[in-house]
Ligand binder design. Structure first.
Ligand code: C2E
Ligand code: MG
Ligand code: MG
Length: 720
């Protein structure tokens, strides 16, 4: 028998050589047969259950063709018999390795089986289950083969399918929630219970609101609802609520199932609990953006924040500054007292810096003993120097860490954007350059990257320190500039203007030193001095029996705090001066800050008997409606609108509007900086009340002003 088979195999191999790959399948079938024979089990066994039966001789030619075969392949017996079985093969079929199946130990008991593709007469390809059995003659020698075929039903039966799907759903790691068309939960899986804590008994029949966390807004919920109503699959993150009340982020897919009519029969949500990822994300976020020692932002976050500010600054043409601060002596301290002390010191320095900065300023730790400060929006570039000085002052006192009192210092490099650079790395690099230059000083110091800024800062610092001395050295004095009535031409008041008689530089203009004083806070001391001096002078004139008009004093917005009325009252009282002898000039910036507090303070001053004037009117943002809220009795039209009168159309229109408006509000109007008779005539015709300017008089020393009053100097209106 074996010989016959070997022969048959050889034949087939020959055939394969001749007919190419299609024959490989035949070879495989024969190989399989051989394998089955080797295991000695292949016996003919008429299979009553077969859909089709074919008989082959040992060379593979068809000798039998059942009715079932006719039904399966579409060939009548006459067409099939005598053909080689290859004519049923799909051309591209290559079952070459089918044989392997048959070598499996239990493959032979009921014959060799496999699933193969075959071609019908119509050309259609079909999958068939194939079972191969040997036919023997009486002597027991193989004479042919019986091939039993069953149509392979590749699709699952409906119930198998349901069972399979149910298993997949049940075993899924994702939570599954299925609702019916009325949004009632009809099914959940075990992961749903694991994630949410709700058992089937607790959830089936309820709506998915069971998991609602309440953190999403109406718009978001509407989006999810429309997905549930068939808008299409929706994927996103939703915060859900577990049975124990805990909120958890979930990644969700929502889809709908429709029936044959296209109506939604079910909605299903697949979700995973991503709280672990979210926690990790938040931790990573922290690690990526914050310094682990001090908890301050690191270089990465600084980069982002300054990067954003830079984009805004480029548009608004504002300034910002970046300061890099190197702390000195930290290395030596760590080496001698240990890293614990060094680290404690760095944390404490971070805290001290934070305290000296405004909330909007960014403080970051770069590395080692280097910090950075970003002032995202500054009005003037010089302000960065004030902040640098503050930081150095914070380092000046010894810092106590445990039992140690430690002295450190700092060197600061400053870059200003967008002048010095328009991207963060450049700004940091230049700040480093400036810092290294500053570090050439043993003492703590700061430097701007730009030489021009260094000059300005130096000048600024010089003015500041000299101004402090000016106060104690009696270098300050008040000049008085008369205000005259445009009706009578008489002097009806005067403005006290600060003058600084510098020992070397001579008379310094307030335009130079007032802004420095404002920035450094020195204006508070200056303001007190001015008020004191004005009151002293008024009292002196009174004692000399001079009848003087009210004297106006300029107030800085910085002086405007709750204590201001009390402070003024004390000064007035000390000098025995009546409140109506002193007027106060304030600027619009104070109104713009316009909190209730400011109005309350103004009301208090008015209640004391003082009059308030709004200085430089028109240069700020005040509007009519806005002005009504403030108890102001006088408006001073800014000099910039007076200059163009009566020739500049715009200036005329503005002056006219301001006068009309002030008249409606029953406020007195003073025009500042009037230098020509034409300006005066125009203002007079408009109905302006008073004039202050070089046309009548420059600001003059107190004695000159008193002399002017004594003489009864008047404004000449000319013959117009
Ligand atoms: P201001 O309060 O608007 O003072 C009016 C300024 O205009 C004064 O400048 C005055 O000298 C100048 N001026 C008056 N008439 C004319 C004119 O016809 N032509 C020109 N070109 N200028 C005229 P000054 O004295 O240099 O003061 C400048 C600013 O400094 C003041 O503006 C005020 O804002 C501030 N200031 C002066 N003294 C004090 C003070 O005691 N305290 C405060 N907080 N600020 C003061
Ligand atoms: Mg003024
Ligand atoms: Mg003014």
């Amino acid at each position: 028998m074996r010989d016959a088979l070997e022969r048959c195999l050889a034949l087939s191999r020959q055939a394969r050589k001749e007919s190419g790959t299609a024959l490989a399948a035949t070879l495989a079938e024969l190989d399989a047969l051989l394998a089955a024979t080797r295991s000695g089990i292949a016996e003919p066994n008429a299979a009553a259950s077969a859909d089709a039966e074919l008989e082959l001789d040992l060379a593979g030619y068809l000798t039998g063709w059942s009715d079932g075969a006719q039904r399966m392949f579409g060939y009548a017996a006459e067409e099939a018999l005598g053909q080689h079985v290859l004519f049923l093969y799909a051309e591209d079929d290559d079952d070459g390795n089918i044989a392997e199946l048959f070598f499996e130990p239990d493959s032979g008991a009921t014959g060799a089986r496999t699933e193969v593709r075959r071609r019908k007469k119509s050309g259609e390809l079909i999958w068939v289950k194939l079972r191969l059995l040997l036919r023997h003659d009486e002597a027991g020698d193989p004479v042919g083969m019986l091939v039993e075929l069953n149509a392979a039903d590749s699709a699952l039966s409906a119930s198998d399918k349901i069972n399979l799907h149910a298993r997949i759903i049940e075993d899924s790691d994702q939570g599954v929630l299925i609702t019916d068309a009325h949004e009632r939960i009809v099914s959940i899986n075990s992961s749903f219970t694991r994630i949410t804590g709700y058992t089937p008994e607790e959830s089936i029949g309820k709506t998915p609101d069971l998991l609602r966390s309440g953190v999403h807004d109406a718009e978001f919920r509407a989006k999810v609802r429309s997905a549930m109503q068939g808008e299409g699959p929706w994927r996103g993150e939703i915060i859900g609520k577990r049975k124990n009340g805990e909120l958890f982020p979930q990644s969700v897919t929502i889809s709908v199932v429709r029936d044959e009519q296209g109506k939604i029969s079910h909605t299903f949500s697949l979700f995973s609990d991503i709280s672990v990822h979210k926690d990790a994300e938040a931790r990573m976020q922290r690690m990526a953006n914050y310094d682990s020692l001090t908890g301050l932002p690191n270089l990465c976050l600084l980069n982002q924040l300054v990067g954003q500010a830079l984009t805004e600054t480029k548009r608004s043409q504002e300034h910002g500054a970046l300061l890099v601060i190197d702390i000195t002596r930290i290395g030596a301290i760590s080496d001698t007292l240990g890293h614990e002390v060094g680290n404690g010191l760095l944390c404490e320095i971070g805290r001290l810096f934070r305290l000296s900065l405004r909330e909007a300023d960014v403080l970051a730790r770069l590395d080692g003993h280097k910090f950075a400060v970003a002032l995202l929006h500054i009005e003037k570039r010089e302000h960065a120097a004030i902040v640098a000085q503050k930081l150095l002052t914070a380092l000046a006192a010894p810092i106590v860490i445990g039992t140690h009192s430690l002295q450190v210092g700092g060197h600061i490099g400053i870059t200003v954007y967008t002048e010095d650079g328009t991207d963060v790395p450049t700004l940091i690099r230049y700040a480093d350059v400036a810092m290294n230059k500053a570090a050439q000083n043993i003492e703590s110091a700061f430097l701007f990257y730009s030489e021009e800024m260094n000059q300005r800062a130096k000048e600024h610092l010089r003015i500041e320190s000299e101004l402090r001395q000016a106060l104690s050295n009696n270098e300050l004095m008040l000049y008085y500039q008369p205000k005259v009535s445009l009706r009578s031409g008489r002097i009806v008041g005067a403005e006290a203007l600060l003058r600084w008689r510098h020992p070397v530089r001579g008379l310094v203009s307030p335009g130079v030193f007032i802004p420095v004083a404002e920035e450094t806070g020195l204006i508070l001391d200056l303001g007190s001095w001015v008020l004191e001096e004005a009151c002293r002078q008024v009292r002196e004139w009174k004692d000399a029996n001079l009848i003087m008009p009210p004297i106006a004093v300029n107030l800085s917005a910085r002086q405007f705090d709750n204590q201001l009325p009390k402070r003024i009252a004390a000064v007035l009282e000390r000098h025995g001066v009546q409140p109506d002898q002193i007027n106060l000039e304030i600027t619009e910036s104070l109104l713009v800050r316009g909190t209730d507090n400011v109005i309350a303070i103004m009301n208090e001053l008015v209640a004391m008997g003082m009059a308030l004037a709004l200085d430089d009117f028109g240069t700020g943002y005040s509007s009519l409606a806005y002005l009504k809220k403030f108890p102001i009795s006088t408006l001073k039209i800014d000099r910039s609108f007076v200059i163009g009168l009566p020739y500049e159309e715009n200036d005329c229109a503005i002056a006219r509007a301001i006068v009309t408006m002030a008249q409606q509000l029953r406020q007195e109007i003073v025009a500042e900086g009037v230098e020509t008779a034409e300006q005066m005539s125009f203002l007079r015709e408009l109905g302006c009340d008073q004039l202050q300017g070089y046309l009548f008089s420059q600001p003059i020393p107190a004695a000159d002003f008193a002399g002017m009053l004594r003489e009864g100097k008047r404004l000449a209106f000319g013959n117009r």
